[in-house]
Design a protein around this ligand. Structure first.
Ligand code: SAM
Ligand code: SF4
Length: 500
């Protein structure tokens, strides 16, 4: 924990030279006039042109801002059906028929910022403030392990008490947590910790790299500079560019799995989509690697925040579905996260739009996994969750839709990150490894955690997958089939955490 007081600490967080070095002629990559112009002029609805864009997406190539703006302006309902179908086809080609699960772990809700939409903002006096000790962080991770989750995103407010040393210690505590699995008693542990925290300096990001961060996630919230200023009237977060280049600094620090997002509902969703695309393109151009994931958090009601309920830009479910589809088409290689901010109905309805990650059994109160009454939890939540289903309920519902739940963390642990994973994703090879690891981790979950009903359905799905795997030439050609069958047998005999 920093020994500086809040003001002294805030004054030293932003390193101006770590913003300026990325600017070109003093400018960043979000050009308000250009975005508005692109949205204004690209209104072609010629079906053949739209189909040529779809074809490009299907070849797993990032779309241009003009092409994306064209899709954003499309009103032809018949063509929208083709877009939705193409989005799912891309998801299938790149990521196969699986969805990866994670759980959020909120470590602290102290914050020096005043984001108008967030329950943690400094001036929300109703918020009960809490920062977990390392023992408590470990206990929280154990609570998450009880649900069967293996992947965590650790979330932090921005405050001297939760500075980089605290964040690093939290990651160590999460990795340290161990819990016997309910049926077999096998030791389970968190296999990947991602981080959602305020923008950090390159030196601090190197520390995160050293403690084994998975993905570093920072949402720009809104790419529109004027709205950004309004939404972030004070605190460190009022510096738009410090945030805009957070992930560039991460890349420079060696963290090559970075995650972007915007908080949908703060401003026009079409503008935000263009912002996300320009962000992805700038990362691709500079580092040869785009975002590992794009998140689409939608504004939810937060205690004491009027913006969170009366923003004029709150998005309809229909537009939200279009957004998810367009992200899938515009940045075809990226992972796409739809969180439990959404209701079960919305998440179910979006399965066909091609998202690749979701959370379940999520609790977002500080310390909520280990103890706490529901009432206490609500006082310490950042916003209200839309989907409070258990992991087992989500796994069951996905199985009904023929989707495998994956707990795979192999890519990151085998060094398939950054440009290596990007290449594999763009060539539709990563999904093939993932298919095998998804089946292995699914089997582990079904044997150890699933309810009888989920296990029964899941086993049937595995049988179907095994058949498909045995028939695919790729696995035979690459000599993966025999290894996979052996690993599957070992998992069935009680081993765990073996991957390809
Ligand atoms: N404090 C860090 C920051 O602001 O980057 C990270 C943690 S913040 C708790 C994580 C994310 O929650 C924010 O980036 C924002 O997009 C989202 N969020 C804040 N208020 C929200 C609300 N009312 N509804 C939905 N998401 C919200
Ligand atoms: Fe603090 Fe993040 Fe909430 Fe803003 S969004 S008030 S920075 S926790």
């Amino acid at each position: 924990m920093s020994t500086l007081n809040a003001k002294e600490w805030m004054d030293q967080v932003i390193k101006q030279d770590e913003i300026d070095k990325y600017l070109i002629d003093g400018k960043d990559f979000i050009d308000d006039t250009k975005i508005k112009e692109k949205l204004n002029v690209n209104r072609c609805s010629d079906r053949e042109y739209i189909r040529s864009i779809i074809k490009k997406s299907l070849s797993i190539t990032t779309l241009t801002p003009d092409e994306t703006a064209t899709l954003l302006n499309l009103e032809d309902e018949e063509m929208w059906k083709e877009l939705h179908a193409a989005a799912y086809e891309i998801k299938r080609r790149v990521y196969d028929n699986r969805i990866v699960f994670f759980a959020p772990l909120y470590c602290s809700n102290l914050c020096v910022n005043s984001c108008r939409y967030c329950g943690f903002r400094k001036d929300n006096e109703d918020e009960v403030r809490r920062i977990l000790s390392m023992e408590e962080v470990e206990k929280e991770a154990e609570g998450i392990l009880d649900s069967g989750n293996k992947r965590v995103i650790a979330v932090f407010g921005e405050h001297p008490t939760s500075d980089i040393d605290y964040i690093c210690d939290s990651l160590k505590a999460i990795y340290k947590a161990k819990k016997p699995a309910p049926r077999s008693g096998k030791e389970s542990y968190i296999r990947r910790v991602n981080v959602n925290a305020a923008p950090l300096s390159t030196d601090d990001l190197k520390k995160l790299m050293d403690v084994g961060i998975g993905t570093y996630q920072v949402f720009q919230e809104t790419y529109n500079k004027e709205m950004y200023k309004y939404m972030h009237p004070a605190g460190i977060k009022s510096d738009y560019r410090w945030r805009l280049y957070a992930l560039h600094r991460a890349m420079d620090a060696g963290i090559d799995d970075v995650a972007i997002g915007a908080l949908f509902g703060l401003y026009d969703w079409k503008y935000e989509m263009m912002g996300l695309l320009y962000h992805a393109i700038d990362l691709e151009n500079r580092y040869g690697i785009g975002p590992h994931t794009i998140s689409v958090p939608r504004l939810n009601v937060a205690a004491g925040s009027s913006v969170s309920s009366d923003s004029e830009y709150l998005m309809s479910d229909e537009d939200f579905k279009k957004l998810v589809t367009i992200i899938r088409l515009s940045v075809p290689y990226t992972g796409l996260i739809v969180t439990a901010r959404e209701t079960p109905e919305v998440r179910e309805s979006l399965i066909g739009s091609g998202y690749t990650q979701m959370d379940a059994s999520s609790k977002i109160g500080i310390g909520a996994y280990s103890k706490h009454s529901d009432a206490q939890e609500k006082e310490e939540q950042q916003f209200l969750l839309g989907d409070t289903r258990t992991l087992d309920e989500c796994v069951y519902s996905l199985a009904q839709n023929g989707i495998i739940t994956s707990f795979c963390t192999a890519g990151y642990r085998c060094g398939r990150t950054g440009d290596k994973i990007m290449g594999l994703l763009k060539n539709c090879v990563e999904g093939k490894f993932c298919k095998l690891n998804a089946v292995l981790t699914y089997k582990e979950y079904l044997d150890d955690y699933a309810s009888d009903k989920t296990r029964e359905l899941g086993e049937k799905l595995i049988e179907k997958e095994m058949k498909a795997i045995r028939e695919m030439p790729f696995y035979k050609e690459k000599n993966l089939l025999t290894t996979f069958e052996q690993y599957y047998e070992r998992i069935s005999q009680g081993e765990s955490d073996i991957y390809i």
